[in-house]
Design a protein around this ligand. Sequence first.
Ligand SMILES: [Cu+2]
Length: 196
Amino acid sequence: MGLAALTAARRRGCERGHGYVEGVNAFHVIGGLFAVWAVTLTAIGIRREDFPRPGLQTAAVGTLSILLAAGAIGSGIVTSAQEAEEHEEEGDAAERGGAGGGGRALTLSADPGGDLSFDTDTLEARAGQVTIEMENPSSVPHNVSVEGRGVNEEGKTVGQGGTSTVTAELQPGEYDFYCSVAGHREGGMEGTLTVR
Ligand SMILES: [Cu+2]
């Protein structure tokens, strides 16, 4: 199996799983080959005093050693880079999915044109302390509030350029987020917050 095939196999594994797969990669394979090569050379060197013979043999042994060492180091660097990238992607995904619960705030925005709507009607968070921050770019005053399962917390109503924030301790389940300014929720400023 070539390096490209190995990398492809590893990528497929990543797609199936969740970003990061512990296991065999190109670095392990080439590093292993390099180790075997070093041990073999040492064994031959110990038994045969004339090894390697000057000329072609020395050149071949030297070249192979350098190639394997370069391969091991190179694939090590590539592997680390790939893993760093994958970890970064995981971080981004967690952020996009809306963390909450983990200390980070969920963010949303009121419609900039003054419509009675948010820029999303679904939010997701992990159970625990969840904070929602809503920016209000419109000239209509709005707030963000959360209701459900015995919880009803209202954020401060803010004008243009302001940010309304609401924080609540939430158990897994479905909640409504909405604007509590009279008539706004009925006008469409609401959505579903799913807590897992
Ligand atoms: Cu509103």
